[in-house]
Design a protein around this ligand. Structure first.
Ligand code: ZN
Length: 99
């Protein structure tokens, strides 16, 4: 369903579903930040309590993880959110007078 790293293709190359409806907005970024923040903070606290490495080790390890992990997760989160938007027919709110 993607044409690049995060760019959507105009339509599905299997069934031809048009992706004009798809607009995940900030959703994928928010969920990726929540998930990676939870993982990184938890892992950093665990490593500090168990191993007490110098702070530069924390900076290198968690700085790298904080860059790589979101890049790995972002695409699949966007795919899931667009699939959910399609399944639930989610769209912008409209007033009754617009009908
Ligand atoms: Zn399809």
């Amino acid at each position: 369903m993607f044409n690049g790293y995060l760019t959507l293709a105009p339509s599905c190359n299997v069934c031809g579903q048009n992706f004009d409806f798809a607009d995940s907005g900030d959703g994928p970024a928010i969920f990726v930040m929540l998930v990676t923040g939870f993982i990184i903070v938890g892992a950093a606290l665990y490593v500090e309590v168990v191993y007490q490495p110098p702070y530069w080790v924390h900076a290198i390890v968690w700085g790298t993880v904080a860059l790589v992990l979101p890049l790995l997760l972002l695409r699949s989160f966007k795919g899931v959110l667009i699939a959910l938007q399609f399944q639930h027919k989610a769209e912008e709110g409209k007033l009754d007078s617009d009908r």
